[in-house]
Ligand binder design. Structure first.
Ligand SMILES: [Zn+2]
Length: 117
């Protein structure tokens, strides 16, 4: 379950960020993750809640937003987001090429913002 180690790094980063700004109480953290980053939002939320239980971050809300994958067609350069059913073969809506597209986004993982006081 790699969400646990991801939650650990998030907590470290958030802790450093709060110290730097003199903040004491974490209210909300919003995390953005790509569709193909293999992160299960519920698992990450649970891991975060469990790991912060007895810390000064306890009680903070975590929101995980999943961004769709985006690819650029190998043949015609058209950019599109394949639907979930099209994850293996990804037919381009412009020219129907199915294979070899470049992945532009979908693997990202970052903290979009935190609310603290
Ligand atoms: Zn195309």
């Amino acid at each position: 379950m790699h969400e646990l180690s991801i939650a650990e790094s998030l907590i470290t980063i958030i802790g450093e960020e709060m110290t730097r700004h003199g903040l004491k109480k974490l209210l909300l953290v919003k995390v953005v993750t790509g569709q193909i980053s293999a992160i299960v939002p519920e698992a990450l939320e649970t891991a975060f809640e469990v790991l912060t239980l007895d810390t000064h971050l306890a009680g903070a809300k975590i929101e995980v937003e999943v961004k769709p994958m985006k690819v650029r067609c190998r043949q015609c350069g058209h950019e599109f987001s394949p639907s979930h059913e099209e994850r293996i073969l990804m037919p381009c809506p412009e020219c129907s090429t199915e294979l070899g597209h470049a992945i532009i986004s979908g693997r990202e993982l970052y903290i979009e913002h935190i609310e603290a006081e």
